[in-house]
Design a protein around this ligand. Structure first.
Ligand code: PGA
Length: 260
């Protein structure tokens, strides 16, 4: 894993935007996997700024989001469809025909999940998957002890995640129990993963992900088996890492072409 530690979340968002920019410029039709939640907001702000300044274009990009709540229509302000429109898509030059989110509101959820997997396959897979991490180590909405072989499917949120995400809802009871999420195997097939984390609340999950054993108890730990992962952390989320100085040493001594 490539571990990049920055003093602040803002500095982390800058380096994350450089990773995204590099992928976009490396291919004619890049495919991006995107995430929601509080963490990627600074990255999306930076991508919007770069797009509006003419430094980056999303015109040829196709996107697939990680997950969506069950039972919320796309126009619901708490849906991830709405989040993506208001925090990224409506401000940049991406074609609406090229953006995809799991359909958590489909009549036939099982068919919608199969279709999503096929759509990803049909465009040749995901070049760069942006990820956040839950305080319990989840990636996407793949909660602890779920299968590492999982595909896009209907999942039930853990009580901790419901609690964590209730800040985006008026009442805890309004947080949907069912979600549709890319599976761990779907995420592992992306060619490059970019995981972002900020704040002391994520420090324990980050330590388990990077330095713990690979275990379904911390779903993100499977990324140790992925050939290309970049982890961008602020100092607070990195504070429990035993080998923090080592990761900084590695970064300092990288060759120029290995830097972002
Ligand atoms: P957050 O969520 O960015 O809102 O902390 C991350 C996640 O649950 O994956």
């Amino acid at each position: 894993m490539e571990i990049l530690i920055r003093d602040t979340p803002e500095a982390g968002a800058q380096v994350a935007a450089s990773v995204v920019n590099k992928i976009i410029n490396s291919k004619e039709n890049p495919v991006l996997g995107l995430a929601t939640g509080g963490t990627p907001l600074r990255l999306y702000k930076e991508l919007i700024r770069m797009n509006q300044a003419g430094e980056l274009s999303l015109r040829n990009c196709t996107t697939f989001n990680l997950d969506e709540y069950g039972g919320l229509p796309p126009e619901d302000k708490r849906s991830y469809n709405y989040y993506m429109m208001s925090n990224l898509f409506s401000h940049v030059d991406i074609s609406r025909d090229n953006v995809h989110l799991p359909d958590g509101n489909a009549q036939d959820l099982r068919e919608a999940c199969r279709k999503y997997e096929k759509q990803i396959k049909d465009v040749g897979g995901i070049d760069l998957q942006v990820l956040g991490i839950g305080a319990n180590g989840h990636i996407g909405f793949n909660e602890p002890t779920g299968s590492f072989a999982s595909r896009t499917w209907v999942k039930i949120l853990s009580e901790q995640t419901i609690q964590d995400n209730s800040i985006y809802f008026d009442k805890l009871e309004e947080v949907p129990r069912h979600v549709v999420t890319m599976g761990i195997a779907t995420i592992m097939e992306s060619r490059h993963c970019l995981l972002l984390a900020n704040g002391a609340k994520k420090a324990d999950a980050i330590r388990k992900m990077i330095e713990g054993p690979i275990s379904a108890s911390c779903p993100a730990s499977i990324l140790q088996m992925h050939p290309r992962v970049t982890v961008v952390l602020d100092e607070e989320s990195a504070y429990l890492l035993t080998l923090k100085d080592h990761y900084k040493w590695i970064e300092k001594n990288k060759l120029d072409w290995q830097r972002y």
